[in-house]
Design a binder for this molecule. Structure first.
Ligand code: NDP
Ligand code: 2IT
Length: 443
């Protein structure tokens, strides 16, 4: 059995039930085979064996009192995956389905993504099976305080720096930062995505969505195409989706869909983003409420957006939201570019369909790295006790996304997979981490 296949088989055997983690490892490792064959030093030093095992995982109880005075208990996680190139860095996800396998897949992916940013950021991820939906602000605060009371033991501005992800935005980051500061009596950049009044960076809120479009724009331009006048479908209606929609429109594209876990809206005239912002960012409502603002739009309950014809599709909600059949339908309807705002939104079979049909495909770890890259810029500003203008941050984000495209495209070409940015992003992300691990010895 080849080195890669041996590590995949062993990982699956040793981590029963961690299906998303298996999926991520099964996607990444085969694309590294060509690099590993060319550089036997990686196998000799057991690089893959080390890469697939987190440096450490914390699983902890999070007890809190709800508004009725009833005791509630959730399970919290932090996976510190890889610190070869910098302090652990990666978001926190609050969602009822969160499990160790999910956090491990996210931490594994984050390690390569952070490497691609070219900033000194290691890989980590965390979260809890807490559902912020339907909770009062007071309950969310109580939960966040209890969560941070334990999580804070493992963090530090040069140790491990979490941020937001699904279910964790400015409100949650604020409550967690307050609790960390209260316990540790230190004002340090231990979280990113902070409010602008206490050390946050201008542009971080928008960064993942904007960065996604900077990547798409670069990918299209290099293929002699442009966003101007193109029909775009976006899934989700959270942080990433909203700012992806905003920047897509700035580039002259027409976004016609958005969704949440209830269903999707289709607006042939183009999404009214002010309405979506009011529903989602102000009222914390459901996407079907969009019909109150735009009665001519359509809402489809319980379905995803991929049946809607488009030129460009941007999955920005969650993992495995786009399967093989969705990919075939997109291709059939003339979609020629897909870029992942979410982490692992496409199944491995869907990715194969895109690549086999010559779809320009921007994989998550490259296309959505703008969020964590801007988190890296927030850490730099915190360390320097300064703050940059929105324009300065945005220029750096743009430069980083163009550079990520160049790394993915360049590595793909160098290793015989021209145009395959999945392989290219994996290889480029891997090489920096693997070389850093080699240079630091067996640790
Ligand atoms: P938000 O919580 O702001 O929004 C998530 C959106 O996805 C909501 O519309 C939500 O709908 C939908 N969604 C979540 N889970 C499911 C599900 N199981 N089925 C259907 N829809 C679902 O999260 P973000 O926008 O921050 O994150 C979205 C994706 O982008 C995630 O994959 C995340 O890991 C990734 N990402 C985020 C970054 C960031 O900086 N925030 C950076 C890089 C990647 P509902 O409200 O109904 O649950
Ligand atoms: O998946 C991701 O890259 C994020 N949720 C952002 C992580 C971060 O540390 O900004």
């Amino acid at each position: 059995m080849s080195y890669v296949n041996r590590i995949i088989a062993n990982t699956i055997e040793k981590t029963p039930g961690e299906f998303e983690f298996h999926q991520a490892v099964t996607e990444v490792l085969p694309t590294l085979k060509v690099v590993l064959d060319k550089n036997p030093r990686f196998e000799a030093a057991g690089i893959l064996e080390r890469l697939v095992v987190p440096e450490r995982c914390f699983v902890f109880r999070v007890p809190w009192l709800d508004d009725d005075g009833k005791t509630r208990v959730n399970v919290g996680y932090r996976v510190q995956f890889n610190s070869a190139i910098g302090p652990y860095k990666g978001g926190l996800r609050f969602h009822p389905k969160v499990s160790l396998g999910e956090i491990k897949f996210l931490g594994f992916e984050q390690t390569f993504k952070n490497s691609l940013t070219s900033l000194p950021l290691g890989g980590g991820k965390g979260g809890a099976d807490f559902d912020p939906k339907g909770k009062s602000d007071n309950e969310v605060m109580k939960f966040c305080q209890s969560f941070m009371t334990e999580l804070g033991k493992y963090l530090g501005a040069t140790i491990d720096v979490p941020a937001g992800d699904i279910g964790v935005g400015a409100r949650e980051i604020g409550y967690m930062y307050g609790q960390y500061k209260r316990i540790n009596d230190t004002f340090e950049g231990v979280l990113t995505g902070k409010g602008l009044t206490y050390g946050g960076s201008l542009g971080r809120t928008e960064a993942t969505g904007y960065g996604l479009l900077y990547f798409v724009n670069e990918m299209l331009q290099r293929a002699g195409k442009s966003l101007e006048g193109q029909i775009v479908t976006i899934s989700g209606s959270g942080n990433v989706s909203i700012f992806a929609c905003e920047k897509a429109r700035e580039y002259g594209a027409k976004v016609v869909t958005m969704s949440d876990s209830g269903g999707f809206i289709y607006d042939a005239d183009g999404i009214d983003l002010d309405a979506v912002k009011e529903i989602k960012l102000v009222k914390r409502g459901r996407i079907k409420d969009y019909l109150q603002y735009r009665p001519n739009a359509q809402y489809t309950e319980g379905k995803r957006v991929w049946g809607v014809p488009c030129h460009i599709a941007l999955p920005c909600a969650t993992q495995n939201e786009l399967d093989e059949n969705d990919a075939k339908e997109l291709v059939k309807n003339g979609c020629y570019a897909v870029a992942e705002g979410a982490n692992m939104p496409s199944s491995n079979e869907a990715i194969e369909v895109f690549l086999a049909n010559g779809v320009l495909f921007g994989p998550a770890k490259a296309a959505n790295a703008g969020g964590v890259a801007t988190s890296g810029l927030e850490m730099t500003q915190n360390a320097m006790h300064t703050s940059w203008t929105r324009d300065e941050v945005d220029k750096q984000l743009h430069r980083i996304m163009v550079n990520i495209y160049a790394q993915a495209a360049g590595a793909a070409e160098e290793y015989g997979a021209k145009g395959n940015f999945v392989a290219g992003a994996n290889i480029a992300g891997f090489l920096k981490v693997a070389n850093a691990m080699l240079e630091q010895g067996v640790v």
